[in-house]
Design a protein around this ligand. Structure first.
Ligand code: BV8
Ligand code: ZN
Length: 268
């Protein structure tokens, strides 16, 4: 996408930045699309993770029970892919926005840990984290580091049972309390961003319309239309790596202006 097209949206960028500058609470839901510019495949695009394989074959408890080796191979392959990937301008813009907003909650469906690496602090991982191994027996969790290149199925040091990837599979409940916190953030915010998600996986996909129903100003950032596109207040049909920095830069300009006018009044 050439930045030229985004410049045609400068009014919308300013309008959204104004809203964020006045907001007490801001929430943001992200999906695989925000990591696309870091070179990480999305799930449902043509080159997506699921391309060639059905999600249900790899990301369900049944698949794991049937062939844990095959499922672990998929997650080891993704960990290998992630090792050389870094957060992109979209991740960094959200970390910068968190620092500027009164209260900012980042709700992510992504398991790639890139928001934390970009410096975001208040992050709710509703689908878990690919760097966590979790014991199928006692539930103990071990956090793997990117230096850990093992591709051997891990076993629990505490109870000896097989470990599984610490992510949420289809048909599984989301981590205790995490979705409730996400729902509360979305239901009580003044501005809600929905970035890089096809909005098809529930219950996360319900958060955008939940925010809207509770009076939030909802902004979607996605080159493609989604089931949410018809209900949002502003839609940016562009890549998040271009849109989010534009909004955060406009927010800084507003902050500067406000600081200037306050000091001018003070000196006057
Ligand atoms: C649950 C695992 C309660 C980790 C994932 C029938 C109807 C409705 C719901 C259901 C149903 N049958 C079953 C369900 C429930 C089911 C569900 O929603 N299924 C869907 C598919 C119909 N949900 C569940 O099972 C959830 N649990 O409901 O628990 C329960 C319990 C028991 C029984 C019943 C209910 C658990 C869901 C979690 C599944 N785990 N991943 C992993 O391996 O990663 S899902 C997977 O999809 C990822 O987690 C991902 O986060 C998630 C959503 O995908 P997206 O992030 O949106 O990615 P996608 O590729 O789809 O889209 C990318 C978007 O980015 C695109 O729109 C693209 O245009 C855009 N984009 C691309 N480039 C850019 C960009 N945007 C901006 N900038 C760019 N540069
Ligand atoms: Zn154990």
């Amino acid at each position: 996408m050439s930045s030229g097209e985004l410049s045609a949206y400068s009014d919308e960028v300013r309008r959204v930045a104004e809203r964020v500058s006045k907001a007490r609470r801001v929430a943001c839901l992200t999906g695989a699309g925000i990591s696309a510019e870091s070179g990480i495949p999305t799930f449902r695009g043509a080159q997506g993770f699921w391309a060639g394989r059905r999600a249900e074959e790899l990301a369900t408890p049944e698949a794991f029970a049937r062939d844990p080796e095959d499922v672990w191979k998929f997650y080891f392959w993704r960990r290998g892919l992630l090792r050389e990937k870094r957060p992109n301008a979209g991740h960094h813009a959200l970390a910068a926005m968190e620092a500027k907003a009164a209260e900012f909650t980042l709700i992510t469906q992504n398991v790639d840990d890139l928001h934390r690496l970009a410096g975001s602090r208040n992050v709710l991982e509703v689908h878990g984290n690919i760097w966590i191994d979790r014991c199928t027996g006692c539930g103990q969790e071990v956090r793997r580091t990117i230096e850990d290149h093992s591709d051997e199925i891990p076993w629990c040091g505490a109870c000896g049972a097989m470990m599984r990837p610490g992510v949420v599979w289809f048909g599984e409940m989301l981590p205790d309390g995490v979705f409730e916190r996400a729902q509360s953030a979305a239901g009580n915010c003044d501005v809600m961003f929905v970035v890089g998600t096809s909005s098809v996986v529930y219950p996360a996909a319900s958060l955008g319309s939940w925010a809207k129903a509770n009076g939030a100003f909802v902004v979607e950032v996605n080159p493609d239309d989604t089931p949410l596109s018809g209900v949002v207040d502003v839609r940016f049909p562009f890549a998040s790596g271009a849109v989010l920095p534009a909004i955060t830069n406009a927010l800084s300009a507003i902050r500067e202006l406000n600081r200037g006018s306050v000091s001018a009044r003070g000196a006057g």
